[in-house]
Design a protein around this ligand. Structure first.
Ligand code: SAH
Ligand code: SF4
Ligand code: F3S
Length: 470
């Protein structure tokens, strides 16, 4: 049994990181049994789930349609806010009942919550029906963990609190045939004071650029239209590995593969260079969409958050992106109710949002995370004040999303059609170059293609359009 330790998770041991190939050999011990993976959290977790599915299928497990027909259920969890925790523990409650009627059901937990001491202690003491726990740093070892559980019938808890290796070639089964996630950098060294990610995902580790470009080339030959480069802070790409190769170089090299669409998330404003903006602006296949988390418009709060930029610096970068990258859209993340946030601080955030007129924003009420510096800060903001600010912020955010969307009315845009529309099964849906969701009047045969669409109506969170034959 290996359990997590938050103090160890804080340490940074850059020198020990090894680059290795996935070379695990197993008998096909899945025997066709069915698995169900439920994913919480960010795109990196979505992609990790694709690797979990890939590993399971490689030993002859098959994907079930729901928890009810599954022999093994895996929860790939997120620890970013308290409500992410609550959802997972709620679902574990449901699984407890299921296991009473199906005693052979295997239940596993992995992802960021698995890296938290408090969570693993709770699982050890109170959730005895959870059969295995696997951390983020040893995800590639999940099959051994499951096999040990099956062979010995003993609970398996294996969580490392130091960075794992960068493992290439983990089997992957992608959810989409057109658009693919690609990890480019793991972990985070920013230590924003509110955030648990540097503890759950460890130090920054970039993949080698050759491996990334190879992966993209393979996807192009498999018919993929789009790749999204993933990292907690993609703009730090290469810093841990190279002297003179950064995200701008990687974007150019990925662009040269000829893949039709390239996206990347998330960009920390601190590491965004002019060179990066220039590459984004000059390449047609790099999409003009940037997610640029602001967090707060108050310099006092930004400092307490350890974000390392001022609101003035943010605005300068923001304007430079808007000026240089034609028809770009920019979205952001904002936290309200950080400890010590006064009404004046909050009004500074509102002012900056008024000034930037973002295409969209993910807005959050601050949620204290165990062992992070902000959790120990004085002047916690009462829940009702946080909710009031969140509500006021959302009104302004929605006003500008609407306005930005309205500007597209009557224009013709390119969309990558990804599937049936969720709102109306007779329509399809897709994304514009600048990441707007469009519900499209058009045949199902458009799915998987980049097509022209005329925008006929706009809402806060989506657009309506009709397919234009060329
Ligand atoms: N690496 C990304 C963010 C990943 S987490 C970045 O730095 O841009 C996604 C968002 O969750 C963050 O941008 C932040 O707005 C929010 N968040 C993180 N920790 C939080 C907390 N403790 N309480 C509330 N929101 C939080
Ligand atoms: Fe968290 Fe900050 Fe790292 Fe983003 S940059 S993952 S908010 S510590
Ligand atoms: Fe959540 Fe971990 Fe992603 S905490 S947001 S799943 S890196």
């Amino acid at each position: 049994m290996k359990t997590p330790n938050m103090l160890d998770a804080k340490k940074r041991n850059q020198n020990d990181i090894k680059y290795v190939k996935y070379n695990k050999e197993f008998d096909k011990f899945g025997n066709g049994k069915k698995f169900f993976v439920r994913t919480y959290g960010c795109q990196m977790n979505e992609h990790d789930s694709e690797k979990i599915k890939g590993m399971l299928k490689s030993v002859d497990f098959s994907e079930g349609t729901s928890v009810d027909d599954a022999d093994i259920v895996i929860l790939n969890t997120c620890a970013i806010r308290e409500n992410a925790h609550d959802k997972v523990f709620g679902f574990l409650g449901v699984l407890k009942h299921l296991k009473q009627s199906k005693p052979d059901l295997l239940i596993g937990l992995c992802g960021c919550m698995a890296q938290e001491e408090v969570v693993v202690n709770d699982i050890l003491n109170k959730y005895k029906y959870v059969d295995f726990v696997c951390g983020t740093h040893n995800l590639d070892n999940m099959l051994s963990i499951i096999k040990n559980k099956i062979d010995t019938d003993k609970r398996q808890i294996e969580v490392l609190s130091y960075e794992g290796d960068v493992v290439e070639g983990v089997p992957v089964v992608r959810d989409s045939k057109y658009s693919a996630w690609i990890d480019i950098i793991y972990g985070c060294d920013k230590f924003c004071t509110y955030c648990i990610v540097p503890y759950t995902r460890g130090t920054q580790r970039s993949r080698k650029h050759e491996d990334i470009v190879e992966e993209v080339k393979k996807l192009v030959s498999d018919g993929y239209k789009e790749v999204t480069l993933l990292g907690q802070n993609v703009n730090a790409y290469g810093k841990d590995l190279y002297k003179d190769y950064d995200l701008s170089n990687l974007l150019s090299d990925v662009s040269d593969t000829g893949i039709e669409r390239i996206r990347f998330v998330t960009s920390h404003p601190w590491d965004f260079t002019d060179k990066m903006i220039d590459v984004i602006a000059s390449r047609d296949n790099i999409m003009p969409y940037i997610h640029l988390p602001l967090q707060s418009g108050s310099n006092k709060i930004l400092k307490l958050m350890n974000r390392k930029y001022t609101s003035e610096e943010y605005l300068k970068l923001y304007n430079s992106i808007r000026e240089k990258v034609a028809d770009s859209s920019v979205t952001t993340d904002i936290i309200v109710g950080f400890p010590g946030e006064t009404e004046e601080d909050f009004l500074e955030t509102l002012n900056l949002v008024e000034e930037c007129k973002f295409d969209g924003a993910f807005t959050f009420a601050y949620s204290p995370r165990e062992n992070t510096p902000a959790a120990l800060m004085k002047d916690a903001i009462p829940e009702e004040v946080k909710m009031d600010r969140l509500h006021r912020l959302n009104e302004v955010v929605n006003k500008y999303s609407n306005l930005r969307n309205q500007k597209l009315l009557g224009t013709t845009v390119k969309c990558l059609v990804i599937g049936e529309s969720e709102k109306d099964k007779n329509k399809v849906c897709g994304y514009t170059e600048n990441m707007k969701l469009v519900n499209i009047e058009g045949p199902k045969s458009l799915i998987g293609n980049i097509v022209s669409v005329k925008i006929t109506d706009t809402k806060s969170f989506s657009l309506d359009g009709e397919y234009i034959k060329e």
